[in-house]
Structure formats: C-alpha cells, structure tokens
Design a binder for this molecule. Structure first.
Ligand code: T1G
Length: 693
C-alpha cells in the first residue's frame, strides 16, 4: 500500500491494514495528519482484502492532541469531526494502538475507534482545560459514556494524564499489550475481533452510565462546590462541567452541539489565548540563546546543602526525591536534628496523603545525611548554600567551600536578593558560581530562578537548567540585580501598595482588588503569611513605617495571630481597627490629601508598576524574553494563568493604555518611579511585548 501523504502511510499484514502517522514531535493533529488519516481510512475501507484497520503512530507518542500552533488560524479541511466520522462509521473494525500519551484530540480520535489497546507505559488524558479549552471533538460526550460522569468530570477539569492500568480499569482501553510489541499485538487483537465477530463498538451509543446519572443534579452541584476554590477565576472548568451535564441529560448529537458552542466561546476568549501563550512560554523558557542544547554538562551524583532551615530542608527534599544523596551541613546539633525532623514530617504527611509509601519515606530519608562537619562536602558535585541573608556570612561560607569542595563542582547560592557577583569574589573559581533561587516551600513551589552571574560558565548554566527539569521545577534563567526578576517586580507593586495606604486606602482595600484580579492573596495578607518581622530588628526599630509599628506591637503576622489583619483560631483574616488607626496616623503625618481610591486605580497602580518594572528588566537583559517574566510570576507568585502573566496582560490591555495611565498617575507613583523607555517606545510604535524577538 505505501505512503498516503507526507505524514501517513498504510501497510498490510494479511487482512489487517496498519495506518501509521509519523509527524514529529508529538503527532499533533495538523491539517496534514487529519488528511492522512481520512485518506488512509478511505483507502483501507475501499480495499476488499482489508478486514480491519489498526491506527498507530511512529515516534515517541500516539497523537498528543490537536495542533495548538494552528489555533486562531482559518480552519483547513478535513476537520477533526470528519476524521472521527471516517473512523467511527467505518464498516471495518478500527483499533487504536496507543503508546506515549494519547491526549486531547488524540484520545478523542481513539474514542472513535471501535477498540483501543495500549502498552503499560502509555497515558491518556484530556488536558484541554490547561489551555483554557475543553475537548471539542466529542471528548466531553464520549468520555462519560465510558468512564461515567463522575470520573469524566475529574478527568476533564484536572486535565490529568491517567496511566494505562487505570485506563484499562475504566474501560478506556480494551487490552494492555507488551511493551515494545504494540504493532504486532494490535494486529493480533484486530484478528481476534474478526475471528470472534465482535461488534463495531461505538462509544457514542453507550448509554448505561449517563442514564444512571440522569436526575441526579447533585453530582454536578457537589463537584462545583468541592472545587470552587481551585477553579476560581478560570472559565474552562465550568464549561467542561456543563458539557458533561449535557452528556448526561441530552442525546449524543444535542450534547455535541452544546460542546461545540462552549468550545467556540472559549477558543475565542482571552483566557484561552493567555493559557495557550503560557503553554508555549513554558517550553520557550528552557531555550537559552547562547547556551545551545549540546553544551556539555557536569554530572551531578552527590549534592551538599549548607543550612538545614526551612529553605535548606525543602531544597534537600528535591534531590532526595530523585534518588540523589544529599549531605546537609549545620552549625549546631539541635538545628540539624530540627531540620531533619521537619523533612521527615513533610515526607510522612505526603505518605499519609497517599502520594507515596512509608517505604519511600525511609528510602528518601536514607539519602539525607546530616553533619556538623563541612569537610564532608568535599566530594559533592553541587553545593547549595541556604544560610542567613547577609553578604559577609555568604562570602565567608563561599570562601570555606572554595577551600573544601573538589574542583569542577558547582557552588550555588539560594540568596533571594543579594549580589551574586559580589558573593563570587569570595572564591577562586567564579565560573562555577551560580544562583539557584528556590521559592518557599522549596519542595513544593515549582519555580526556580537560575541566576547567571557575570562569570558563570555555560556548562554550569546548562547543568543547572537540566537539573531543574530533573527535580520537576520550571526554571527561568535570569541575571543579577536586586531581587532578580520575581522579587524585583514584587517590590515595584509593594511600593504602590504602601503609597496608597498614605493616601486613604486600607490594606484590605488593596488586598481585595488584587485577590479579585485572581492572585491567591494581596500584598498585605502575603506579608502577614510570610511574617512582618523578616529583616526587622527590634533593637534598631524606630516606628518609621506602618510595618515597624505593627511589629513593635507584636503584630508580626499570622504567627502572632495579628499583623495587618486580626486572625481567628482558623487563621481567617478580618480587617483590624488597630491597624486602621496606625494607617490613619501615618497617612495624616504624610500630609497627603486623603481620598477614596477607586479599585481601578488600586489595580492599575499595582499591576502597571509591575509591568513597567518588567520592561526595565528586559531593557537590562536580566530576563531573556517577556514570557520568561510571565513564567516566573505564574509559577512563583500565583499570577493566574488565565491572565497569561504581567507582560502578556499588558499586551491585552494595550501598552498605549498602560503608558497613558502611568503618565496620568504621574507623581502619585512616587519619587522613585520612572517610566521604562522600552515600554514607552513599544507603546508609541503600537507594538506588544510579544513582538519582541
Ligand atoms: N500542538 C502543537 N505542538 C505541540 C503540541 C500540540 N498539541 N504538543 C506539544 N507540542 C510541541 C511543543 O511545543 C514542543 O515544541 C514539542 O512539541 C515537544 O513538546 C479538539 C482542542 C505531549 C506530554 O494539551 O502536554 O486537542 O518547543 O517539550 O515534555 O479537543 O507536549 O520543541 O518547538 O512538551 O515530551 C490537547 C500538549 C491539545 C497536549 C510531550 N493536547 N502537549 O511532552 O515535550 S488541544 C495537549 C503536552 C485539543 C481537541 C483540543 C506535551 C506532551 P518545541 P514538549 P514533552
């Protein structure tokens, strides 16, 4: 039979046709792939000698979805529905042979096949919700007919990939076949279907599971209630739920209509545009223009951590999680035991939550070695310092590491703000010094700012980025400046938030606006969570800021039951008359005219100041591209993915409007504020940050 088109080919094995797709990297359903499948089906159906058809993919995976790069472009025939009809309505049985990840449109195509077989390592999922979408090719109507509405709700709103064993148990696939024998096993399965005269099973015709859920609206009401907090601000999860409701309450074709209508609405919306931008941004962030993929890397077989405090302990867990031995150094025995104790507690909590077994806990703990003797770091390939944020202390530690640790090892600092070029002056091998800025809790937060110092070598950068991927982080390479990318932008927002307290706003006014915008909490609630006494010294305090006065009154945040807010036993915050009075006193002393500040102004001053700082970061080359800044804020500061990140958001508002508003607020933005020339230039040229290449 031979090739059907550039990405599809047909082969025969007796009476079985094998329709293969080969369109790297992930066999996405591009126009070519869609055409290849429909034409291949026609050919196989048209050949009398063919009795059954196996659909299989070359390369690393079965179809991993629609081709996201085609979204937003004029649709080219055949459509995905055409592809599916050609399979589902085939008079000959069609068997999907799945390896890698059958995702989105790929799983939807497989659900139109009459049978599905998979190797044990395969995974299935409908992750469209992560793109601000829903499965728009029948997935929301066919999936509940197979796995039931409850399981379907979970799959389409979490977007999680389910493993082959779970898929088999849920009847998503009909048979598991041996790893590495997919093609032959799928052909054998097709033969079995023929010899046993099995029916052309159409998922769309399955009714039991949806009928059983009819008249039980509580299934959906309870699901919405249980996930309200998690889905807050996102449109797609709710739209997915409505589609599953339609699958339960309407006939198949009517349900498909609902799916089509809601899909089209999401596809045309700003949320999906933002989340699709984030999809590609998460892949771009790993690409470093002057550090090519073939840059040699340093093998990391043993890691050392200086400091077993909150950060050091969390960092150590990342490496033990991937089976790397970690030596934790502390100065005092009790601090060491406390640090190891916290790690064990965290692991045991995860084991109780079913994330892994107690055996895994012991295995990970056995990889952690505590010591008071820094000489035990001598043979480490990477040492990360996580001690007190003080330059002298850092330089003393690095000087010691330079004398102890073998040549060729990476010496990293977890500083969140200090000058790494300065720290590197403490060693004779500055090319091996780099910043690995983890976010607290370091074993949970996905973001890692990899900070490139002036002399950091390319192999050290390449190794750090590669290691970040291995420990399950998303890493952004950034340059050295106060606060790097994330905290520097956070500081720009804080300046505005603090300023507005002196003009008539209350902390809870500002926090409400930021919370309603979609962040998990506002700047003042965040301060209370982190602790208002970070960097505060009670011996040198002078009642010079609202924060100092709060600390002086032992209102140091959640941990003292009061900070900007008062907290009840369940740590629920409520506005505090004490704080209100302190703020009013400072505002009066400031001499600023007091006024009701609109929510719009609060939002614009906070967010546009962040955007402006992001533009400065780009001007200075501290970030490689605007989308890296967005990745930092989405993964490190809870910026909602459906707004794409501060730089993407700026493009949706229009840089002209951002600049106009910043100019309108002018002196209110404070003496330190200056407009970014890059932002002003792009606005004047009618350009977007996304136009920056
Ligand atoms: N379309 C286009 N390009 C894609 C793609 C896709 N669906 N998936 C991946 N790529 C590119 C990616 O940009 C990267 O490119 C390269 O492939 C390798 O990806 C109607 C509407 C499959 C688990 O959401 O989750 O179907 O950077 O680095 O780590 O209902 O890619 O090399 O130039 O991620 O091995 C639903 C998305 C689409 C799955 C592989 N499907 N992909 O992970 O490689 S919407 C998805 C993934 C849909 C229908 C709807 C992962 C992966 P480059 P990678 P990986």
């Amino acid at each position: 039979m031979g090739s059907v088109n550039a990405v599809a080919s047909l082969a025969v094995d007796g009476e079985i046709a094998i329709l293969s797709i080969n369109s790297p990297p992930v066999n996405a359903l591009s126009q070519q792939v869609r055409a290849g499948i429909t034409q291949g089906m026609q050919q196989a159906i048209g050949d009398a000698a063919i009795k059954a058809i196996v659909l299989i993919c070359e390369g690393k995976t079965f179809i991993a979805g629609a081709d996201i790069t085609e979204f937003g472009k004029p649709p080219q025939p055949p459509s995905l529905i055409d592809v599916e009809d050609s399979i589902e309505n085939s008079p000959k049985p069609v068997i999907a042979a799945i390896h890698g990840t059958a995702l989105g449109g790929g799983l939807e195509v497989a659900l139109c096949c009459h049978y599905r077989v998979a190797v044990p390592s395969a995974k299935c999922g409908l992750p469209e919700v992560h793109l601000g979408l829903l499965p728009g090719a029948g997935g929301t109507q066919r999936l509940p007919r197979i796995v039931g509405p409850e399981a379907a709700l979970e799959m389409v709103t979490s977007g999680k990939h389910v493993d082959a064993k779970t898929a088999l148990a849920a009847s998503l696939i009909d048979e598991l076949v041996p790893e590495g024998e997919l093609r032959a096993s799928a052909v054998a399965f097709a033969r079995k279907v023929l010899t046993e005269k099995r029916p052309l099973k159409k998922v769309r015709d399955l009714q039991d599971k949806v009928v059983a859920a009819r008249g039980k609206p509580e299934i959906f009401a309870d699901f919405r209630k249980a996930n309200a907090r998690k889905f807050r601000g996102f449109l797609a999860p709710e739209y997915n739920i409505r589609c599953i409701e339609a699958a339960v309450n309407l006939p198949f074709e009517a349900g498909m209509e609902v799916e089509r209508k809601l899909f089209t609405e999401l596809m045309g919306g700003v949320q999906s545009a933002a989340q699709r931008y984030v999809f590609f941004a998460e892949r771009q962030v790993w690409k470093i223009p002057d550090v090519p993929e073939d840059t040699p890397t340093i093998p990391i077989r043993k890691v050392g951590i200086i400091g077993a405090g909150t950060m050091g302990g969390g960092i150590a867990m990342n490496f033990a999680n991937i089976g790397l031995p970690v030596t934790l150094v502390e100065t005092k025995q009790d601090a060491l035991e406390r640090g190891l104790g916290v790690i064990r507690k965290n692991y045991e909590r995860s084991a109780k939550g079913g994330r892994f077994t107690m055996e895994d806990v012991e295995k990970r703990m056995s990889l952690l070695k505590g010591t008071l003797n820094p000489d035990e770091l001598a043979d480490c390939d990477l040492v990360i310092e996580a001690v007190f944020e003080n330059m002298d202390v850092k330089k003393e530690v690095f000087g010691k590491l330079d004398r102890i640790v073998k040549q060729g090892a990476i010496l990293a600092t977890n500083t969140s703000a200090l000058d790494i070029n300065e720290i590197a002056t403490a060693v004779k091998r500055p090319e091996f010094v780099i910043g690995l800025h983890f976010f607290s809790p370091a074993n949970v937060m996905r973001l890692l700012e990899v900070v490139r110092a002036a002399k950091t070598s390319k192999p050290v950068i390449a190794t750090s980025m590669q290691l970040a991927k291995k420990i399950g982080k998303i890493a952004a390479l950034v340059g050295v400046c106060p606060g790097f990318v994330g905290n520097r932008i956070l500081y720009a927002r804080q300046v505005q938030a603090n300023a507005m307290l002196l003009e008539g706003a209350m902390p809870w006014d500002v926090d409400k606006v930021i919370y309603d915008f979609g962040l998990p909490m506002g700047p003042f609630a965040m301060g209370d969570l982190a602790g208002l006494d970070i960097g505060w010294n009670k011996d040198r305090t002078s009642s010079s800021t609202i924060r100092e006065v709060l600390c002086e009154k032992d209102r140091r945040g959640q941990k003292t039951g009061a900070g900007f807010y008062d907290y009840d036993e369940q740590r629920n915050p409520r506005p505090s008359p004490v704080t209100e009075q302190i703020v009013r006193d400072f505002a009066a002393k400031s001499g600023n005219p007091q006024r009701q500040i609109s929510d719009a102004e609060i939002l614009e001053r906070c967010i546009y100041a962040q955007i402006n700082e992001g533009a400065k970061i780009l001007e200075e080359g501290i970030a490689i591209r605007p989308s890296d800044i967005d990745i930092v804020w989405i993964n490190g500061y809870g910026w909602p993915a459906y707004r794409g990140g501060p730089m993407f958001y700026a493009d949706t508002v229009g840089l002209k409007n951002v600049v106009a508003k910043l100019k309108e607020y002018g002196p209110r933005l404070g003496a330190e504020f200056t407009l970014s020339p890059l932002l002003e230039k792009l606005a004047a040229e009618g350009k977007r940050f996304q136009d920056l290449k």
